[in-house]
Design a protein around this ligand. Structure first.
Ligand SMILES: NC(=O)c1ccc[n+]([C@@H]2O[C@H](COP(=O)([O-])OP(=O)(O)OC[C@H]3O[C@@H](n4cnc5c(N)ncnc54)[C@H](OP(=O)(O)O)[C@@H]3O)[C@@H](O)[C@H]2O)c1
Length: 231
C-alpha cells in the first residue's frame, strides 16, 4: 500500500469524502475508492497528472461540481530519483521537479481561491526527510526542500483566511518507492535509529493530527524513526 491510500483511508475513517487522484494506476485508485465507499463515505477516482496545470484545474472543477466544497488538500503525489549531480540528465531533473514541486504548486493554486472565499481550508504537503537532511538524489532533495519552502510561505500568506498549511516529512516508509535490499534491511539501525521501517499508516496518523489541529500552521512533522536526531 502506498502512502496516498493510507491517507485516503484515514480520512474516510474520520468521515471525509475523498477524491482519489491517480496518474498511471487507475485500478489501484479504484480499489481505494471501493474500500472508502465500504466505510460509508463518498469517493471518486480522478485521473490528473499533477505536473500539468490544466489537468489539475479540471480535476478541481469536477470535484467542486460533485462535492461543492473542498475543505482539505493533501499533496502526496511524488516520484523518486536516484541520480547524483554528475549523473542526472536535465530531462530527469525536470520530470522530478515537475511532479514533486510544480505539482504541489499547481494543486495549491487550483484550490486556494476557493478556500479563501470560504475562509477555511487545510493543506498538508508530503515532503521527505530528504528535504531536511539533504540525503538522496539532488533532484529529489531539491523538490522536497522546495515543498518545505512552499509550506512555510503559504502558511504565512493564508493565515488570515483561516487556512492552515503544514507538511509531513516521512523517513523510510515501506512502499514501492522505498524497497530496501536484504543487506540494507539487516543494517537498518544504521539508517533508522528506531531500528525498523515505518508504515504508510504512520504518515497518515500525522496528516490527521495536522488536520485536526487548528493552531498548527507552517510546521514540518517528521515521521522518520528518529532519522533527524543524529544517532
Ligand atoms: N516511501 C518513502 O519512504 C517516502 C519517504 C519520504 C517521502 N515519501 C513521499 O511520499 C509520497 C508518496 O510516496 P509512496 O512512498 O506512497 O510512493 P508510491 O507508492 O510510488 O506512490 C506515489 C504516488 O504518487 C502518484 N503520482 C506519481 N506521479 C504522479 C503525477 N504526475 N500525477 C499524479 N499523481 C502522481 C502515484 O500515482 P500513480 O500510481 O497513479 O501514478 C502514486 O499514487 C511521495 O511524495 C514520496 O516522495 C515517501
Amino acid at each position: 500500500m502506498g502512502i496516498g491510500r493510507a491517507i485516503a483511508m484515514a480520512l474516510a475513517k474520520e468521515g471525509v469524502n475523498v477524491i482519489v487522484n491517480y496518474c498511471k494506476h487507475r485500478n489501484e485508485a479504484q480499489e481505494t475508492v471501493v474500500k472508502i465507499r465500504r466505510m460509508g463515505c463518498q469517493a471518486i477516482a480522478m485521473r490528473a497528472d499533477v505536473s500539468r496545470s490544466h489537468e489539475v484545474k479540471k480535476m478541481v472543477e469536477q470535484t467542486l461540481s460533485k462535492f461543492q466544497t473542498i475543505d482539505i488538500l493533501i499533496n502526496n503525489a511524488g516520484i523518486g530519483a536516484l541520480a547524483t549531480i554528475r549523473q542526472v540528465e536535465e530531462k530527469d531533473w525536470n520530470r522530478v521537479m515537475n511532479v514533486n514541486l510544480r505539482g504541489v504548486f499547481h494543486c495549491c493554486k487550483a484550490v486556494v481561491s476557493h478556500m479563501i472565499d470560504r475562509r477555511q481550508g487545510k493543506i498538508v504537503n508530503i515532503s521527505s526527510i530528504a528535504g531536511l537532511r539533504g540525503t538522496g538524489s539532488v533532484a529529489y532533495v531539491a523538490s522536497k526542500s522546495g515543498i518545505i519552502g512552499i509550506t512555510m510561505c503559504l502558511a504565512r500568506e493564508l493565515i488570515d483566511f483561516g487556512i492552515t498549511v503544514n507538511a509531513v516529512a516521512p523517513g523510510l516508509i515501506d512502499t514501492d518507492m522505498a524497497r530496501l535490499t536484504e543487506a540494507q534491511k539487516r543494517n537498518i539501525k544504521k539508517e533508522v535509529p528506531i531500528g525498523w521501517i515505518g508504515k504508510p499508516e504512520h504518515v497518515a496518523q500525522s496528516v490527521i493530527f495536522l488536520l485536526e489541529n487548528d493552531y498548527t500552521t507552517g510546521q514540518i512533522v517528521n515521521v522518520s524513526g528518529g532519522r533527524l536526531i543524529g544517532i
